[in-house]
Design a protein around this ligand. Structure first.
Ligand code: AP5
Ligand code: MG
Length: 395
């Protein structure tokens, strides 16, 4: 099982006394993040007199860094024990180049990644002053001048070079740490809000033909400010625009052939690339096959995104047939359901090709089943409620 809604993973970076711990307190409650401070975890191990604690004790007492081997053990357990959190806030990790790689691996394991590393800059003398001050009440063995100086030396030699790793990745952010606690708060919040607005909210909407997925999808897209992606309609638009692809599609239709995935993929990819600044997408009528489900995963991944929620509208078969039959007698009649034989064929297609996709998704992420009976408004309310739960915490 991996996360369906987007995680927010942030690392706070900076020299001892920069205010990482102070800022973390407000960030974890505001964004509902799981807090991981390697310093706190180590101090807990020491207090519990565990094997790891005993090994770490002397390094901490002298102001040196604890070995990467010890760090990986305490952090791996904490992360893998909490895969369902909204995201992680790392304080004081990664502190070495090796730890930056460790973090990459751990995030990959949860099928997520670090959004950004925020570095609090503070001059050395300010660090020393603050920590000596904190030492009056903190009871921390390392809050004394000799050790503080040594921690700063370790920071400059081993930790500062880590920044290059994040500069290269393009997820490095800097904040002036000598401003007031409130102003530093504001600068960090600004960065995080920007991050949040980057992450897309993507819905896949399933349902048998006649379940209302099309009309609901369009209305939901409007309500939530998402882009509606319906591959059937996109093929139609290509034909209407007389584009090169449109001509190819017409040819296939005329020969009674299926439109190959290559064409559909190109159209969706174009849609994703052209949709700058959108909050996310609602996919309807795609993926229809297992192959297409892998394609969608790959496409979203390419854009640094993933599926946020999968929803299936359920309607009993007899009602589907009666709804499609009703529609075929009106001006809304679709060319693909103007006869009983065609309607049955479409229902069967869904059954054999798309139901396995829904089952696969259900095993991987869980599919939210919505009762599709009742008025349009009733069904709309049910789906809206399902879409809102789970994202609220982050936005
Ligand atoms: P750790 O506990 O992680 O120390 P740290 O978090 O780096 O440093 P501090 O806690 O001293 O500073 P902070 O930035 O959190 O500042 P704070 O908010 O408290 O590490 C301890 C030891 O564990 C290390 O030396 C190492 O041995 C080991 N270790 C830990 N992680 C490791 C890892 N990944 N790899 C290897 N070894 C590891 O603020 C400080 C003071 O300033 C407070 O009194 C606060 O009130 C005040 N203050 C905060 N902000 C402001 C502001 N804006 N204006 C004025 N005062 C402020
Ligand atoms: Mg701290």
């Amino acid at each position: 099982m991996y996360k369906l809604f987007v995680m927010l993973n942030i690392a706070l970076f900076g020299p001892p006394g920069a205010g990482k711990g102070t800022q973390s307190e407000f960030l974890i409650s505001k964004y509902n993040l799981f807090y991981i401070s390697t310093g706190d975890l180590l101090r807990k191990e020491i207090a519990g007199k565990t094997r790891l604690g005993m090994e770490a004790q002397s390094s901490i007492a002298s102001g040196g860094l604890v070995s990467d081997e010890i760090i990986v053990q305490i952090i791996e357990k904490t992360i893998t024990d909490n895969p369902d959190s909204n995201g992680f806030l790392f304080d004081g990790f990664p502190r070495t180049y090796i730890q930056a790689y460790i973090l990459e691996g751990l995030m990959l394991k949860l099928n997520t990644s670090l959004n950004c590393l925020i570095s609090l800059t503070v001059p050395e003398e300010e660090s020393v002053t603050r920590l000596l001050n904190r030492g009056k009440t903190s009871g921390r063995s390392d809050d004394n001048e000799t050790v503080i100086r040594n921690r700063l030396k370790e920071y400059n030699e081993k930790t500062l070079p880590v920044l290059q790793f994040y500069r290269d990745k393009g997820i490095f952010e800097e904040v002036n740490g000598i401003d007031s606690i409130e102003n530093v708060n504001l600068s960090i919040t600004e960065i995080i809000q920007r991050e949040l607005s980057k992450s897309l909210f993507n819905i896949v909407l399933f349902g048998y033909p006649g379940s209302g997925r099309g009309s609901q999808g369009k209305a939901l897209a409007k309500e939530f400010g998402l882009e509606y992606v319906a591959t059937g309609a996109m093929l139609g638009e290509e034909i209407a625009s007389h584009s090169e692809t449109g001509r190819k599609i017409t040819e296939l239709y005329e020969n009674g052939q299926l439109v190959p995935d290559e064409i559909v993929v190109q159209l969706i990819e174009k849609k994703l690339a052209d949709s700058k600044g959108v909050k996310g997408f609602i996919f309807k009528g795609f993926p229809r096959t297992l192959v297409q489900s892998y394609i969608l995963d790959g496409l979203l991944k390419k854009y640094g995104s993933s599926i946020s929620k999968i929803i299936e509208i359920e309607v009993p078969t007899l009602e589907l047939i009666s709804r499609l039959d009703e529609r075929s007698k009106t001006t809304h009649c679709m060319p693909y359901d103007n006869s009983t034989a065609k309607i049955v064929k479409r229902l069967q297609e869904h059954e054999t090709k798309t139901v396995p996709v829904i089952e696969k998704y259900n095993q991987l992420h869980g599919v939210i089943k919505i009762n599709g009976q009742g008025t349009f408004g009733e069904v709309f309310m049910r789906i809206s409620a399902a879409m809102e739960s789970g994202v609220k915490n982050l936005r």
